[in-house]
Design a protein around this ligand. Structure first.
Ligand SMILES: Cc1ncc(C[n+]2csc(CCOP(=O)(O)OP(=O)(O)O)c2C)c(N)n1
Length: 319
C-alpha cells in the first residue's frame, strides 16, 4: 500500500504542526505562562505521526507524556491541548491536571497517568475487549525505553502474546529515561528483542524516518487486524530537550546532540517530498503559516479560558 501525494503532505503538515506547537509551548513555559511540567517530543515527531496517521477512529491509543502528535493526528483539538497545558477549565481534564496526562475518550485517546508503563496494561485490556466483542479494532500503546523496564510492560506483553491480541506496542527509544542512558537501562541490544520471549513480532525502525515508521506500522496493523497478534515496534530516536523543560541535560555531550540533530525528521522528509516534486517553496510556506495560525489560535483560546471553578474541585476525583 502506498500513500498518495495528498496523504504524503498530510504527514508533513502534522509533523510541522506538532513541532510548531511544541516550540511555542517551550517558549510559553520559559515565560511562566503555562502551568504544566512540559515534556517535549521535539525531534521525535515522525513516530507519533507515522504510527497514528491512517488509524481508524475506533482504534484505541494510549499516548505517553511527550506525544502531542498522537493527540493531533487522532483529532484532539489543539485548543483543548493548549488549555490542558495552561491548566484551564477548557482543557482535556477540566483543569484537574496540567501536563499531557489527559485523554479524550470520545476520540479513543486514553488519558495516561503519570505512573510510567501503567497505560500499557490498559492497552492490552482494550485489545482484549475488542477481541471478545469480535470488533476489528486495534489498541496502540506508546512508551519510552525507560517504561519498558517496568513490570507492567512485561505483564502486558505476555498476556497480549498468549491471547494473540490486536495490540501494537510502540516504544519510543529516545536514548534516555530522564538522565539514565540506554546502556544503564537494559542489557540487551533492543527493546524489540524482548518480543521473542512473548511469542510475537518485534521490529526495530528508524524513528526519525516518518515513511519507514508508517510502513512498519502498516505491517503491524495488518497482523493485528488479521488475528496474527501483537507487534512490539521499537522506534529509534533521540530526545532533543531535557527530560522536561527545567532540565538542561548536562549528562549528555554536545557532540551526541549535534549528531542526532542532523537526523531531524522534518528536513529529512522535506528532501524526500522535494525530490518527488510534492513540496515546493510555496507549499512549504503555506504549511508553516497554517501551523502557526492553528497554534496562535490555541494559545489565544487557552489564555482567554477561565480557571476551573472551586466548586469543581471534588468532581471526577476518585479516592
Ligand atoms: C513508575 C514511575 N517511575 C518513575 C517515574 C518518574 N519518571 C517520569 S518520566 C521518567 C523517565 C521516562 O523515561 P522513558 O520511559 O524512556 O520515556 P521518555 O521520558 O524518555 O520519553 C521517569 C523516571 C514515573 N512517573 N513513574
Amino acid at each position: 500500500m502506498e500513500l498518495r501525494p495528498g496523504e504524503l503532505l498530510d504527514l508533513y503538515y502534522y509533523m510541522v504542526l506538532s513541532r510548531t506547537f511544541e516550540e511555542r509551548v517551550s517558549t510559553l513555559y520559559k515565560q511562566g505562562r503555562v502551568q504544566a511540567g512540559v515534556f517535549s517530543g521535539i525531534g521525535q515527531e515522525a513516530i507519533c505521526i507515522g504510527t497514528c496517521y491512517g488509524l481508524e477512529d475506533e482504534d484505541f491509543v494510549a499516548p505517553a507524556h511527550r506525544d502531542v502528535g498522537v493527540f493531533l493526528v487522532k483529532g484532539v483539538s489543539p485548543r483543548a491541548i493548549m488549555a490542558q497545558l495552561y491548566g484551564r477549565a477548557t482543557g482535556l481534564s477540566g483543569g484537574k491536571d496540567s501536563a499531557l496526562h489527559a485523554g479524550e475518550p470520545e476520540l479513543n485517546v486514553f488519558g495516561t497517568t503519570s505512573m510510567l508503563g501503567a497505560q500499557i496494561c490498559v492497552t492490552t485490556g482494550a485489545a482484549l475487549a475488542f477481541k471478545m466483542r469480535h470488533q476489528p479494532h486495534v489498541a496502540v500503546s506508546y512508551f519510552g525505553e525507560g517504561a519498558a523496564a517496568r513490570g507492567d510492560f512485561h505483564e502486558a506483553l505476555n498476556f497480549a502474546g498468549v491471547h494473540r491480541l490486536p495490540c501494537i506496542f510502540v516504544c519510543e527509544n529516545n536514548q534516555y529515561a530522564y538522565s539514565t542512558p540506554l546502556h544503564l537501562q537494559m542489557a540487551c541490544d533492543h527493546v524489540a528483542d524482548r518480543a521473542a520471549g512473548y511469542g510475537f513480532a518485534g521490529k526495530v525502525v528508524d524513528g526519525n524516518d516518518v515513511l519507514a515508521v508508517w510502513h512498519t506500522m502498516r505491517e503491524a496493523l495488518y497482523r493485528a487486524r488479521t488475528g496474527a497478534g501483537p507487534t512490539l515496534l521499537e522506534c529509534m530516536t533521540y530526545r532533543w530537550h531535557g527530560h522536561s523543560e527545567h532540565d538542561v541535560a548536562m549528562y549528555r555531550t554536545d557532540e551526541e546532540f549535534v549528531e542526532w540533530k542532523s537526523r531531524d525528521p522534518i528536513p529529512r522528509y522535506e528532501m524526500y517530498l522535494r525530490e518527488k516534486r510534492i513540496l515546493g517553496d510555496e507549499t512549504r510556506q503555506q504549511v508553516a503559516e497554517q501551523a502557526k495560525s492553528v497554534v496562535a489560535d490555541a494559545v489565544d483560546f487557552a489564555e482567554k479560558s477561565p480557571d476551573p471553578a472551586a466548586a469543581e474541585a471534588e468532581t471526577n476525583v476518585f479516592g
